[in-house]
Design a protein around this ligand. Structure first.
Ligand SMILES: [Zn+2]
Ligand SMILES: [Zn+2]
Length: 183
């Protein structure tokens, strides 16, 4: 099998993990995992590991820029953003279901326990959560710029206190009344 990034280089079969074979390109470090290999591994792997909130290590996960073709079916691979704190895309063939991971992406996924959820990343629910998270990040920055770091932190803490409080409505009424001691 030819590497979809390097084009001319042949990939070698390696055991990426116990029960999971991948075709790996020694030149660019990318991995091709067929749908069959991935789902067989998933079945043997058992329960989905809990996602880790933070990465332990930092991996250089630079996406190969050019569009790639599926090494099996020659279709264009579609890109899916991983999100969940990881800033790279995974390439997927909608024809044969194969997955292409650029160098270090497998390790980065493994580090967050997301390597057993790759199949979910191609779903609309995963992708809309990724977009929602991106929007929230942008808005977070907007508020930070508008209020300044210190005031924003204070506002967030106050907001949380109010939101969690059973007397939320009464507190908001009290706060928003310019003169609560006058009827
Ligand atoms: Zn390559
Ligand atoms: Zn394919």
């Amino acid at each position: 099998m030819k590497c979809p990034v390097c084009k001319t280089k042949n990939c070698q079969t390696i055991e990426l993990e116990k029960n999971l074979n991948a075709a790996t390109c020694e030149a660019c470090g990318g991995h091709w995992i067929s749908r069959k290999n991935y789902s067989t591994w998933l079945e043997k792997h058992g329960e989905t590991l809990p996602e880790k909130q933070f990465s332990e290590f930092e991996f250089d996960t630079t996406d190969a820029k050019d569009a790639k073709l599926c090494p099996d079916s020659n279709r264009i691979l579609l890109k899916y953003k991983v999100g969940h704190g990881l800033d790279f895309y995974i390439d997927h063939c909608s024809g044969c279901g194969g997955i292409w991971l650029d160098a270090n992406e497998w390790n980065a996924l493994q580090d967050k326990n997301l390597h057993d959820e790759i199949h979910k990343m191609f779903s609309t629910s995963w992708q809309s959560k990724v977009r929602g998270d991106q929007m929230a990040e942008k808005l977070d920055q907007v508020y930070k710029n508008r209020l300044g770091d210190e005031t924003y932190e204070k506002a967030k803490a106050t907001r949380k206190w109010i939101q969690d409080n059973p007397q939320k409505k009464a507190i908001i009424a009290f706060l928003s009344d310019d003169n609560p001691y006058e009827i």
